[in-house]
Ligand binder design. Structure first.
Ligand code: ATP
Ligand code: MG
Length: 428
């Protein structure tokens, strides 16, 4: 028998964990800097939640969900994204009673049945943030700033921020009419997928991946020319706030892109994406988000404005590797215990004593002295404690520092003395 992991999934081996630890650490650090608190929701939800919350017309619901009937006959789906779940949790737990907006973040696995390729897998991971309960453009700017700070703190440079406004539902009908008219007038030049899209979801033709369509989309009517009233004020205020961000963050800039519409049905007003400027050999969008004021109502809650984003951790890690950016390496143990001759059980007892004193300690495999020293170096240990028959008899251990200038000392063979010695030398 020859088991393989399912297509589009990955084993994240210990050697790759420094990258994962880093993207999670920076995510929670930046989220905390902006006052966002972690939320965890279940890995699976009622299928209905995503059908309503993500939208029946979306690619996700149409062809990407992992859905099944469980043994009790309930229809269940492995979450394809985080926003619907966070909104469900907000409603179910009465979070509207808290001071608004409620600022939350998550970092979790998502599941979509897609054609696997670099940066596009079936189980992937997102860092996402949501600010729920505040309609003001300051919150839009805050969310965009948070996404920017995350990418910048990871050290990723040359990222383009594209933004657009879809306006509100009322104004959008006019816009979609005009858009449809325009694309119908050039329908004979559209590929079949986009002619089909045009009848189902005209907005989605704008972000088509087909070259022919893109050229036509560039000349299409723009939603920002159709927004009026509060949506227009909101958009203009947001642009002014983003101009302020350019003062604070020297590398920050944004581009208004009227072709940006996003794939989920519930977005209104602000939508944005962060993309590497050099997309050659890369996977496109790193972080995508937008305002989704209608969603709470769609899910049966009271009308509550909200905005958020989600970033793909696989894609961010690919970018870190492509740019050869350093990540903190995993820390080695403070002590590797090397034993020779009959000192094995004394070594095991010492290792236990050191761990009990909260000194990280690994026992070297019983081999030659040379092999054990090589093991200690491979483990990236700070010190080795060497025990042979003579040391055990005399009650003295030899402690060797593997760090710079690595000295050697004779220390009384008891866990407390050795713990004190390695902690003191580690603190110098
Ligand atoms: P795409 O157009 O690339 O399919 P999307 O619009 O479906 O993206 P969102 O639902 O907005 O993506 O998800 C936000 C982010 O999550 C994306 O920008 C990307 O970084 C990441 N992401 C989405 N789907 C995948 C996937 N299958 N594998 C890896 N990362 C993904
Ligand atoms: Mg997708």
């Amino acid at each position: 028998m020859n088991f393989k992991r399912p297509r589009g999934t990955a084993d994240i081996l210990p050697e790759d964990q420094p990258y994962w630890g880093h993207v999670y650490d920076v995510a929670s650090k930046v989220a905390n800097q902006f006052g966002y608190h972690r939320i965890d929701t279940p890995t699976f939800e009622d299928t209905n939640l995503f059908e309503r919350g993500v939208g029946n017309e979306t690619d996700i619901v149409q062809k990407e969900m992992y859905s099944f009937e469980d043994h009790g006959g309930d229809l269940i789906t492995l979450r394809p994204e985080g926003t619907a779940s966070v909104c469900r949790a907000y409603i179910e737990n009465g979070l509207h009673n808290l001071p608004q907006p409620v600022r939350m973040y998550y970092a979790a696995a998502m599941f979509r049945y897609e054609r696997p390729q670099a940066g596009r897998v079936r189980q992937f991971h997102q860092f996402g943030v949501e600010a729920i309960g505040d309609a003001s453009p300051e919150v839009d700017a805050e969310i965009i700033e948070l996404g920017w700070k995350y990418i910048a703190d990871l050290g990723i440079k040359n990222v383009t921020l594209r933004i657009n406004s879809l306006g509100d539902a009322e104004g959008r009908a006019d816009y979609i009419n005009e858009l449809e008219k325009y694309f119908l007038s050039v329908a004979d030049q559209l590929p079949k997928v986009d002619r089909d899209r045009l009848t189902r979801a005209p907005l989605r033709v704008l972000d088509s991946k087909a070259k022919e369509t893109q050229a036509l989309a560039n000349a299409a009517p723009k939603s920002i020319d159709f927004i009026t009233g509060e949506a227009k004020e909101h958009w203009e205020a947001l642009l002014a706030l983003l101009d302020n961000l350019e003062e604070v963050y020297p590398d920050f800039s944004y581009k208004v892109d009227h072709r940006l519409v996003r794939g989920l049905d519930y977005y209104n007003r602000t939508v944005f994406e962060f993309e590497p400027s050099d997309v050659s050999g890369s996977q496109g969008t790193l972080i995508a988000g937008g305002r989704y004021d209608p969603l709470m109502g769609i899910l049966g809650g009271q009308e509550t404005p909200a905005i958020g984003f989600a970033g793909g951790l696989e894609r961010l890690i690919l970018e870190l590797k492509k740019l050869e950016l350093p990540v903190p390496s995993s820390k080695g143990p403070e002590v590797v215990v090397v034993t020779l001759g009959g000192a094995g059980s004394a070594g095991a007892a010492l290792a236990s004593g050191l761990r009990a004193a909260s000194v990280s300690t690994v026992l070297a495999p019983k081999r030659s002295m040379k092999a054990q020293m090589r093991f200690a170096n491979q483990q990236n240990a700070s010190n080795v404690v060497i025990l042979g028959d003579r040391e055990v008899e005399n009650g003295i251990a030899s402690v060797k520092s593997l760090g710079e200038g690595g000295g050697q000392a004779e220390v009384s063979l008891d866990a407390a003395s050795i713990a004190a010695h390695v902690l003191a030398s580690g603190n110098q």
